[in-house]
Design a protein around this ligand. Sequence first.
Ligand code: GDP
Length: 196
Amino acid sequence: MEVHNVALTISAVGPKQYPTNELPEIALVGRSNVGKSSLTNTLINRKSFARTSSQPGKTQTLNFYNVEDQVYFVDVPGYGYAKVSKSEREKWGFMIEEYLSTRAQLRGVVSLVDARHAPSEDDINMYNWLLYFDIPVLVVATKADKIARGKWNKAESTIKKALQFDNSKSDFMMFSSVTKDGKDAVWGWIEDRMAD
Ligand code: GDP
C-alpha cells in the first residue's frame, strides 16, 4: 500500500476505548526492543512516527494507528521487561488477551522475533496462544541485516523449530528496517488479511 496518511487514533486500555468504525485491524506483538516501532515506521514510510523503545513503567496501552483510513495497525505493548512487577504483568496480560481473543475485526497478528536468536519462552507462548485462538499469524524475524544472507535459511529453521512452526496456520518472513528487506512481503501479507 502507498501510505501517505497515518494518525494515532487512540491509545486504549480497554474495549470501551477501541475505535468504533469497523476497519480491519492488524496487531503487532513482540518483546520490547525487538524492532516493532521500527517495523511499523518502515511500513508507513515514516522515520519516527511510532515510538521507539517505549520505556518500562509508562502506561501500557494498545495504540491504534489509522493507516489511510483502510486499516488499523494495533501496536501491542512489548512483553518481557524484566523489571515490571507481577501485578503490572497481569494487567498487561489481561489487556492483550481481552483484545486479541474478542476483537471481531482483528484479521491477523504480526508476531516479531529477533532473527539472531532462538525465540524466547514468551515468543513461543504468544505464538501458541495465537494459533489456539485461530488468529492468522505472520512471524517476522527482525534485524535480518545483522546476519549474513547466507545464514538466513539457518536462522529461519532455528526459529521455526523452536516454535514448532505450523505452516498451515502461519507464515514466516525475514525483515530489516535498515535495508527494508521484507517490507513489500509484509505489506502483501497484511493486504491479503485485509481482503479476507
Ligand atoms: P521496539 O521496542 O520493539 O519498538 O523496538 P525498536 O523499533 O525501538 O528497536 C529497538 C532497537 O533495535 C533500536 O535501537 C533500533 O534502531 C534497532 N532496530 C530495530 N529494527 C532494526 C533492524 O531491522 N536492523 C537493525 N540493525 N537494528 C534495528
